[in-house]
Design a protein around this ligand. Sequence first.
Ligand SMILES: [Zn+2]
Length: 280
Amino acid sequence: MRTYETLDLGDLKDYDRETSTHWIYLCPFCYRKIGSEDVSGHLYVSKTKLVGLCFRCDTVVLVTHDSIEYVDDKRIIERIASEINTLTVYDYLFSCDATSEVKSFPSWKEDPDIVGYLEERGKHVVAKANELDLKAFIGTKKGVLIPVVINGRVVSYQIRFITGKKRYYTRPGPKLLYRPGGLTLSYIPEVVLVEGVFDAISVSIIHPSPIAIFGHTITELQKILIREIAPSRIYVCMDSKQLSEAVALQLKDLPTLDDLDVLSVPYKDPDEWIKHTVIH
Ligand SMILES: [Zn+2]
């Protein structure tokens, strides 16, 4: 049975051998999953996608590494920032194809714990789960996978773990933008910027264009993407007023902007606010 794991390559011994596209490791999951060690190297990890598959125990591995998981790829960011050139951004986005990776995950409905977790987050989330194409990450840890779609293509994804210590896994690469139901890079008159994907999903109940920025800083690439949307009005609604103000400050010089406002909600974050005031 195909299962999913995350793996910090720093925890592994050096790779066994390599091809031009893959590092090949002795699979650390074979013993637990099929009862015998991998002694000849069956775990193929893609050098560019940082995703792997063991051809022996059928484990799909998402590679985590602190420097990859939390820091944007500086080289790509710098290249894009230095060229601030729309064509480059579209070329870059075109190279981010996570369609087949995301397709390989089962539906969110496959696991009762994940269904329970989404119910806990609110019935509005469950109601949207199919439309948002949420998937299940089922391995030693479990989680909900949220595909990130831009211009009709799956360009990335984030996993919110429901067990274990680490809360999130984001596909390696620069931070993009998440709009529930997909983001099209063309004029959107008004957007609400929020921190996380579940904030965006919740706010989508009351606003057509909430956009998560994956944290509370805006990168150069994200700014370029926002410029493509050319909004005339932006509301910023982070988890605190201070953070919202800091984000708003970064957007001040957007040429299309008529109105830039900070929204404060009387709860921990917009997700909680929607859950407690709008849904009930
Ligand atoms: Zn294996």
